[in-house]
Design a protein around this ligand. Structure first.
Ligand SMILES: Cc1cc2nc3c(=O)[nH]c(=O)nc-3n(C[C@H](O)[C@H](O)[C@H](O)COP(=O)(O)O)c2cc1C
Length: 179
């Protein structure tokens, strides 16, 4: 599937089969995260692959996360390390690129997964303190976002955008100056 088609059909999947992902396929889609660009090539990240069913259940029951996290065979938790990241976004030396870098890597994953018939869904609504305790994430790292990864419960969950699901071209692009 070419990249334009992948982008066209990728949707957030919130209903999964519990079928495991073959190791080779899993490694192939995860490896794109490692190849993502990052400011100054600092790669200020660590990705936790949570397959353990008990931990995924605890994400939902103890931390109150959305139930589809325990439905998929695994969850990828994308962590950022502030002190490793490049600082200087927008000329501000205290502004780190950590969220940008980790988000690019996660975006790569969502697209590679879709190209391989696997669903993802960005999850930023989570209880960070609870997740950090559960996953033993050290103080110096933050959880930027996470996604389940697995086969969609139905192939229809990949589909082109519905009418009006996005702002129009003219609304989001302007020429030369902000208008
Ligand atoms: C940064 C970010 C955070 C998101 N957090 C959640 C979330 O916590 N739970 C959820 O179900 N979807 C979440 N989403 C998915 C969006 O709702 C979804 O991308 C948007 O509605 C567009 O739909 P699509 O991904 O199917 O094209 C998030 C998406 C992004 C980019």
């Amino acid at each position: 599937m070419d990249i334009f088609e992948t982008i066209r059909i990728r949707r957030s999947v919130r209903d999964y089969k519990s079928d495991p992902i073959p190791e080779e396929k899993l490694r192939k889609v995860l490896d794109v995260m490692r190849q993502a660009p990052s400011a100054g090539n600092r790669q200020p990240w660590k990705f936790i692959i949570v397959k353990d069913a008990k931990i995924r259940q605890e994400m939902v029951v103890t931390c109150g996360a959305q139930p589809f996290l325990s439905q998929a065979p695994l969850v990828v938790v994308a962590c950022g390390i502030e002190k490793v990241a490049w600082h200087g976004v927008g000329g501000n030396r205290s502004a780190s690129a950590v969220d940008i870098d980790v988000s690019i890597a996660l975006t790569y994953l969502t697209l590679a997964a879709a190209a391989e018939g696997l669903g993802t869904c960005w999850v930023a609504a989570f209880n960070e303190a609870c997740f950090k305790r559960l996953l033993k994430v050290p103080e110096e790292a933050k959880i930027v976002s996470l996604t389940p990864l697995g086969y969609p419960a139905s192939p229809d969950l990949f589909h082109p955008l519905k009418e009006n699901a996005r702002k129009s071209f003219d609304e989001v692009f302007c020429n030369n100056v902000y208008s």
